[in-house]
Design a protein around this ligand. Structure first.
Ligand code: IMP
Length: 178
């Protein structure tokens, strides 16, 4: 069974659902009257974004963007736009939804790009944060859970495009990639 490759469950579905309620309430308060454009980075952010936006109680718009930076378990250190936004974000307050901040390279590039498109403000909400792996000096304004340095899968996070559909965040067995 595919879930046999999970070493252990790190964060349960219940914990994620509950944290999304808190994050949604905070974001709704902070963005009151600002009509943010919420941009999900495909594909990892999809389950988290779906859960989060149910708890956002102000007017907002949803957009998606795809960048590529990873292959297997290692960052390629090179961020490419694979799918661009469908609308202009000039003068808009933008909130990026990410699955995990690891080295920080992806976010640095994406933030740079969104500012170059004329965004008024660019902030980040990330389901997970791995602060011990950071190379670039960047932080998400809103973080679901801070986790230790382990390769995690589930709730959007993949290993070679698989396991995104697990309803929890789990640690991938080392034997799968060693
Ligand atoms: P960064 O540019 O190093 O911060 O990488 C961010 C991207 O790397 C995330 O959006 C994920 O797609 C991927 N990534 C980083 N760590 C993990 C992990 O533990 N599991 C799955 N994907 C990861």
């Amino acid at each position: 069974m595919f879930a046999d490759n999970v070493e252990k469950v790190l964060i349960s579905e219940e914990e994620i659902v509950s944290r999304c309620k808190e994050l949604g309430a905070q974001i709704s308060k902070d963005y009151e009257g600002k009509d943010p454009i919420i941009i999900g980075l495909l594909k990892g952010s999809v389950p988290f974004m779906a859960e989060l936006i149910k708890n956002i109680t102000i007017d907002c718009e949803m957009e998606f963007m795809a960048v590529s930076s990873y292959s297997g378990v290692e960052s390629m250190g090179d961020v490419k736009i694979v799918k661009d936004l469908d609308r202009s974000i000039k003068g808009e307050n933008v909130l990026i939804v990410e699955d995990i901040v690891d080295t920080g390279k992806t976010l640095e590039k994406v933030k740079e790009l969104l500012y170059s498109k004329g965004a008024k403000s660019v902030k980040v909400v990330s389901l997970l944060d791995k602060p011990s792996r950071r190379i670039v000096d960047i932080e998400a304004e809103y973080v679901g859970f801070s986790i230790p340095d382990a390769f995690v899968i589930g709730f959007g996070l993949d290993f070679n495009q698989k396991y995104r559909n697990l309803p929890f965040v789990g640690v991938l067995k080392e034997e799968c990639y060693k």
